[in-house]
Design a protein around this ligand. Sequence first.
Ligand SMILES: [Zn+2]
Length: 155
Amino acid sequence: METKEILANLRAENGLTQDEMAEKLFVTRQAVSRWETGKTTPNPETLKLISEKFRVSINSLLGGDEPAVCQSCSMTLLATEDLATEADGSTNVEYCSHCYQNGSFTDADKTIEEMIETNLCFLDEFNAQNGSSYSEDEARAILRMHLATLKRWAV
Ligand SMILES: [Zn+2]
């Protein structure tokens, strides 16, 4: 499901009108209406508020059963602070805040090879977290395959 449907369902499940939902979240009814038609996505602060008030995870608001990952660097998007923003302040749910801010990539000229090298800086951390022992070459090959499936790098 997309965020717009999830938000509409959440409102219906809670028996709220658009006006009541808006009041709970300190936004206008028009804003709620725009979310539900998919014109905009709530900004990160509002997503956080929705998550708290309705006791749903950020991840489920973004529409995934699996944790959403940044479609540029593959970082897992777990917190609203991690989410990218569009020029109008609404949330971009596809990228993280390091890769994409205010409607554009923070490093627009970056190539997939450069992204692989950036991710390799965290190899020790990754190995420690996952109990794995990938060498740099192994990790590079895996990253190249994995990143190529992400939206930013898919050809
Ligand atoms: Zn990213």
